[in-house]
Design a protein around this ligand. Structure first.
Ligand code: GRG
Length: 303
């Protein structure tokens, strides 16, 4: 995409392209019970920033040096948004966070019932791997597709997001330490960001040294994103400096502002973002501008 485009325009145009591809990635003619596909699409089409798929596309472009890489990377971009969406549907269930609203709309199980919501999540998780396989039809080598499948199973799975969610749920109320919180956030949030950036980079043809530097970039970016999310939640909730809100207490949530206070959390976001961009510089990519712009945008976002 043209460098004269602002970051906001880039993000909004990219999100539209991802949404168009997502609508085609789960074909209506597939013989699903209609209600199951409807439930899957309800959450896929419910909005959201599309941050993870945009990172896949931007990383592929950054490494390859031109935006032709988008076409090859799109099935993987769709896959990570399916995984993210499934995780939100399951996280909202009564057995987990028990939320009635997500992105301003009733949660999946409120509309379709718990059984269909669970299956919609299962459907999206499974279909994500099908979507990755479709990259092979767009010039991505079988070797790269296998590396991406392996990364996705690991980073979205037990050593990654699923394990992080389990550690969060099974942790003792009010007794989470800073180290434990960092572990949970690394698994629950950073690991999907690491997947997004490294999968895009693999498609763009990154070297092992570049993958290593980009893993550090994405890990720190993901943590900064999560701490910023905690800050925005706190400010949005009650403006209570460094204290848990009533809903945090009810949901047994321990956050960065709760553990280290609001000001220190803001400093942490700045430090992590700086370290992330240093790692990005070290990767020595041909066209990293959008990755830098996304990092800057995430640090200063207000939603
Ligand atoms: C159920 C296996 C399983 C995992 C759930 C995603 C998740 C793990 C829990 C949701 C709660 C939470 C705060 C997760 C951290 C990741 C995060 C900040 C999610 C929200 O991501 P955004 O801001 O959401 O990218 P949008 O709506 O923009 O897509």
């Amino acid at each position: 995409m043209n460098a004269l485009v602002t970051t906001a325009e880039f993000l909004s145009r990219s999100a539209k392209e991802v949404e168009q591809a997502l609508a085609e990635a789960i074909p209506a003619e597939w013989v699903f019970p209609v209600q199951l596909r409807e439930a899957m699409m309800y959450s896929v089409e419910a909005g959201g920033k599309r941050l993870r798929p945009i990172l896949v596309l931007a990383a592929a472009e950054a490494v390859k040096g031109d935006s032709d890489a988008w076409h090859s990377a799109m099935p993987v971009a769709c896959a990570i948004e399916m995984i993210h969406t499934y995780s939100l549907i399951h996280d909202d269930l009564p057995a987990m966070d028990d939320d009635d609203f997500r992105r301003g709309k009733p949660t999946n199980h409120k509309v379709y019932g718990e059984a269909v919501a669970i299956l919609a999540g299962d459907g999206l998780l499974t279909h994500a791997f099908y979507s990755v396989s479709q990259a092979a039809k767009r010039g991505v080598s079988a070797e790269t597709v296998i590396a991406i499948v392996s990364d996705l199973a690991r980073l979205a799975g037990v050593p990654g997001m699923v394990g992080g969610q389990a550690a969060d749920i099974l942790g003792e109320q009010g007794r989470t330490t800073l180290a434990e919180l960092e572990y949970i956030h690394s698994r629950k949030t950073s690991d999907l960001i690491v997947f997004s950036v490294t999968a895009g980079a693999r498609i763009g043809g990154a070297s092992p040294a570049q993958i290593e530097a980009l893993t550090e970039f994405a890990h720190k970016l993901g943590l900064a994103f999560q701490v910023q999310d905690d800050i925005l939640d706190l400010i949005g909730d009650e403006q209570k400096l460094g204290k848990p809100t009533q809903s945090d207490v009810q949901q047994q949530k321990v956050t960065y502002p709760y553990l280290i206070g609001l000001e220190e959390s803001k400093t942490l976001v700045e430090r992590l973002t700086k370290e992330a961009t240093e790692a990005l510089t070290r990767a020595g990519l041909g066209k990293p501008e959008w990755l830098f712009a996304i990092s800057e945008y995430l640090m200063s976002r207000d939603h």
